[in-house]
Design a protein around this ligand. Structure first.
Ligand SMILES: Cc1cc2nc3c(=O)[nH]c(=O)nc-3n(C[C@H](O)[C@H](O)[C@H](O)COP(=O)(O)OP(=O)(O)OC[C@H]3O[C@@H](n4cnc5c(N)ncnc54)[C@H](O)[C@@H]3O)c2cc1C
Length: 427
C-alpha cells in the first residue's frame, strides 16, 4: 500500500484479498514510511499517519495484518516479498513512485501486480497520449467513468493473519511523537482544522453533497462562500476512493449544471493532470510547458515588472498586495487554499518574478511545501497551467505575453475580498 491509503473501496487491496483466498494464505498489507520522502514535512506526515492509523485498525478488523515499517519503500517491500506468494501494489504516477514499483517488480521473486485505484478511468484507458487540454480528454473520461464505478461488496478473508511475523513493525501510538522522531522537516507544522483519514473524508463528502454541491455550478468560484468539497487532501493521500465521490455526486439531489461542473473539475481536470504527469517525463520542470507559452513568455522576459519579490518575501506574505498576502497566509496556516485564490496567487507570482523560470520554481516550491494536497499530479498540472499549460493564447500583455493573466480588479469586482482578508488575518 502506498497511494490508496484506505481499507474501503481499494481495488489493489481487493485484488490482494482475492489472491490470498485463492492461495488459502493470510494477507499482509505493508506500508513503508519513508522519512526522506521528497518535499514531505511534519504537516504532510501527520495528516497521512492519522489516516493510516484508521486504515490499520480497519484492516485488523477484517483479519489482515497491516505492517508499518520505516525506511526505503522498495527495499523493504522486496525483503517482505521474499516470503510472499503474490505481491499487489496500488499505482503511483509521479516519477519516484513509478520507479519504486519498477524496482519491486524487478527484484521480487513472485508475481507483482499493480492495480489502479486513485483515478476513475485507468490512465492508459483514458488516453495513450499527452492531451493538450480538458476539451480533448473530456469525452473519453465522461463516457467511460460509470463503467469503473461499481459498488462491489468486499470478499471476506478466509485465513486470519494472526500468526504472521510482526517483529519489525513500528507502532503508531502517539502520532505527534512519531513525527517528531522521524527526523523530517518540521518547519511546517501540522494543521488544526483538518484531520486525516477516511472517516473525516466521508464527513466532508456528506456535508458537500448535502449542501455545497447544489450551488457548485454558479458558486464554486466564490472565495468567501466556498461551496466546494475540501476533498483534495483526502484524494491526494488516497484516503477516499474517487469512485465513491463520483457515485455520491451523481446520486445527489442537485441541479444537473452543478453536477456537470463538479465532474468537470473532479473527473476531467483531475484526470487530465494524471494524464499530463504520466506522459511528461519533465512534468516538474519549466521545460514541460507548451512551446507557444515558453516562446511568448521569453519574448516578454525584459518587460518592466510592477514589483519584484524574493521567495522569502513571498513566503512570508511581505508583498504590497493585501489579497495576495492573505492567500499566502491561509496556505501557511491551514494547508488549504480555494481554487480561485490559487489561480490569483500563482498568476501574481508570475507578474512579480524577474523571470518566468524563477516564478515557476517559486510557485511549485511554495505550493508543495504548504498545501496538504501538494506534491500531487494536480500540483504539477496546475502550476503548469499558470504558465499556459492546458490553456490557450489570450490577448497579449506585459510580462505575461499571450499567457492568461489575472489582476486584483477581478477579485474586487466579483467577491467580498475584504471579508476574505479579515478572515485570513484572524487565522
Ligand atoms: C496554482 C494552482 C495550484 C494548485 N495546486 C494543487 C495541488 O497542489 N493539489 C491539488 O490537488 N490541486 C491543486 N490545484 C487544483 C485545485 O485548486 C484544487 O484541487 C482544489 O482547489 C481543491 O479544493 P476542493 O477539494 O475543495 O475542490 P473542489 O472544487 O471541491 O473539487 C473537487 C476535486 O476536484 C479536483 N479539482 C478541482 N479543481 C481542479 C483543478 N483545477 N485541477 C485539477 N483537479 C481539480 C480536486 O481533486 C478536488 O478535490 C491547484 C490549482 C491552481 C490554480
Amino acid at each position: 500500500m502506498q497511494h490508496s491509503q484506505r481499507a474501503d473501496e481499494n481495488p489493489a487491496l481487493e485484488r490482494a484479498v482475492a489472491h490470498a483466498n485463492a492461495c488459502n494464505l493470510p494477507l499482509l498489507v505493508l506500508f513503508v514510511v519513508d522519512p526522506a520522502y521528497p518535499e514531505a514535512n511534519a504537516r504532510h506526515y501527520t495528516f497521512m499517519l492519522e489516516g493510516l492509523k484508521e486504515t490499520m485498525a480497519a484492516l485488523r478488523r477484517r483479519g489482515a495484518h497491516m505492517a508499518l515499517r520505516l525506511g526505503n519503500p522498495p527495499e523493504i517491500a522486496v525483503k517482505v516479498a521474499q516470503k510472499a506468494a503474490v505481491v499487489v501494489t496500488d499505482r503511483g504516477y509521479l516519477r519516484h513512485l513509478v520507479e519504486w514499483r519498477a524496482a519491486l517488480a524487478d527484484a521480487a521473486p513472485c508475481l507483482v501486480e499493480a492495480v489502479e485505484g486513485d483515478v476513475i478511468v485507468p490512465v492508459e484507458s483514458a488516453s495513450r497520449k499527452r492531451e493538450s487540454a480538458a476539451r480533448t480528454i473530456r469525452r473519453k473520461l465522461t463516457s467511460a467513468a460509470s463503467d469503473f464505478c461499481h459498488d462491489d461488496q468486499p470478499e471476506p478473508l478466509h485465513q486470519a493473519a494472526r500468526g504472521l511475523d510482526s517483529e519489525a513493525d513500528v507502532a503508531l501510538g502517539d502520532i505527534g511523537q512519531f513525527v517528531a522522531e522521524l527526523g523530517c522537516d518540521d518547519s511546517v507544522p501540522a494543521v488544526k482544522d483538518w484531520s486525516g483519514g477516511t472517516k473525516a473524508a466521508r464527513k466532508r463528502l456528506a456535508a458537500f453533497v448535502a449542501d455545497g454541491l447544489a450551488r457548485y455550478g454558479e458558486g464554486r468560484s466564490d472565495i468567501v462562500a466556498r461551496n466546494v468539497s475540501h476533498l483534495s487532501p483526502y484524494l491526494h493521500f488516497g484516503q477516499i476512493a474517487p469512485m465513491e465521490v463520483y457515485r455520491a455526486a451523481m446520486a445527489a439531489d442537485a441541479p444537473a449544471a452543478s453536477k456537470d461542473s463538479f465532474i468537470d473539475e473532479f473527473l476531467v481536470r483531475r484526470e487530465l493532470a494524471v494524464n499530463f504527469v504520466y506522459h511528461t517525463p519533465d512534468y516538474d520542470q519549466y521545460s514541460c510547458l507548451p512551446d507557444w507559452a515558453k516562446a511568448t513568455l521569453d519574448a516578454h522576459r525584459n518587460d518592466r515588472r510592477e514589483a519584484t519579490y524574493t521567495r522569502s518575501a513571498l513566503e512570508n506574505s511581505k508583498t504590497d498586495d493585501p489579497y495576495w498576502n492573505a492567500a499566502m497566509r491561509e496556505m501557511r496556516v491551514t494547508g488549504y487554499l480555494h481554487n480561485h485564490l490559487r489561480m490569483y496567487w500563482g498568476k501574481r507570482i508570475l507578474a512579480w518574478s524577474r523571470t518566468p523560470q524563477t516564478a515557476y520554481a517559486d510557485a511549485l516550491y511554495l505550493n508543495n511545501k504548504y498545501l496538504l494536497d501538494g506534491r500531487d499530479a494536480n500540483s504539477y498540472a496546475n502550476i503548469g497551467w499558470l504558465f499556459g499549460l492546458h490553456d490557450r493564447g489570450w490577448p497579449e500583455r506585459e510580462v505575461f505575453g499571450k499567457v492568461r493573466s489575472m489582476t486584483s480588479g477581478g477579485l474586487k469586482r466579483k467577491f467580498d475580498v475584504d471579508a476574505y482578508v479579515a478572515w485570513a488575518q484572524a487565522l
